[in-house]
Design a protein around this ligand. Structure first.
Ligand SMILES: Nc1ncnc2c1ncn2[C@@H]1O[C@H](COP(=O)(O)OP(=O)(O)OP(=O)(O)O)[C@@H](O)[C@H]1O
Ligand SMILES: [Mg+2]
Length: 252
């Protein structure tokens, strides 16, 4: 296995006005690793994904993919380097069926087929994998919240990424529905795919993560094994502090 991390960030930061949404984040992920990313609401998790995938430009620091500096590159250039992501605010192509949504991703992939009929057939296999078998002919607007997240997951898989960033793909799933998603992430790992999993569902994080990165107020609070991280007083404090603040706000 290559010793160059598939993804490395150095002092990565993004400022929105006076707010440091992401600040001085330095870390790396090795090929085949599953990295969980947790942190309270507003911790900078989605902004971090956006910085890695080129959807937002950093105001400081660097993003390296396979050791190559890709800082500030356009999303499509980063996608061509083998990086795919899901959006927390889902973005299906609404004028197309679920199957066609996936076929577009397959045809976009650089080694993918350029025949629509082949792409539609391959789309079916990906739909099965995410638990959307049988929904191929439906329109995205007809799907439940959980299914629309599965579609988002499938769209990212269609480009056959080497690095996949998942932004809360399990939100809104019932506990019994989470297990197939976890199984799929494990399958991806077995195929050598590197996965970064942003989730509030701690059970999911514990189940799949080789390592967990905790963000709080845009900064790395700590990283380590899932159990170690979740038992850490600093982590408990940022979560309890946040819940407490929310409860106070609700009472006001
Ligand atoms: N485009 C933007 N303009 C201004 N502020 C932004 C923008 N995007 C994010 N922010 C702010 O940056 C901070 C981090 O937001 P981000 O969405 O990355 O958090 P998050 O960890 O993904 O939260 P959640 O768990 O709720 O999804 C928040 O305070 C948010 O309001
Ligand atoms: Mg988010």
């Amino acid at each position: 296995m290559s010793t160059v991390p598939i993804l490395e960030t150095r002092g990565l930061g993004r400022r929105f006005g006076a707010l440091d949404a992401v600040s001085d984040v330095s870390f790396s992920v090795n090929q085949g690793e599953i990295l969980g990313v947790i942190g309270p609401n507003g911790a900078g998790k989605s902004t971090f994904i956006n910085l890695v995938t080129g959807h937002i430009k950093p105001t400081s620091g660097q993003v390296l993919i396979d050791g190559k500096d890709m800082t500030g590159q356009a999303p499509w250039d980063i996608a061509r380097a083998g990086v795919a992501r899901t959006f927390q605010i889902v973005k299906p192509f609404n004028g197309m069926t679920v199957r066609q949504n996936i076929a577009v991703g397959i045809m976009y992939e650089s080694h993918g087929t350029n025949r629509l009929s082949v792409a539609l057939e391959q789309a079916e296999a990906i739909l099965e994998e995410v638990g959307l078998g049988g929904s191929g002919d439906r329109m995205p607007g007809e799907l439940s919240t959980a299914d629309i997240r599965r579609l988002e997951f499938a769209k990212a898989l269609a480009t056959k990424p080497r690095l996949l960033l998942l932004d809360e793909v399990m939100a809104g799933l019932r506990p019994t529905e989470i297990e197939p998603s976890l199984e799929l992430i494990r399958t991806l790992k077995a195929r050598g795919t590197t996965v970064i999993v942003v989730e509030h569902v701690m059970k999911a994080i514990v189940a799949v993560s080789d390592r967990v990165l905790v963000l709080a107020q845009g900064k790395v609070l700590m990283q380590g094994g899932a159990h170690e991280v979740l038992a850490d007083p600093r982590v408990i404090e940022v979560y309890l502090g946040h819940r407490y603040a929310k409860r106070q706000k609700g009472n006001a």
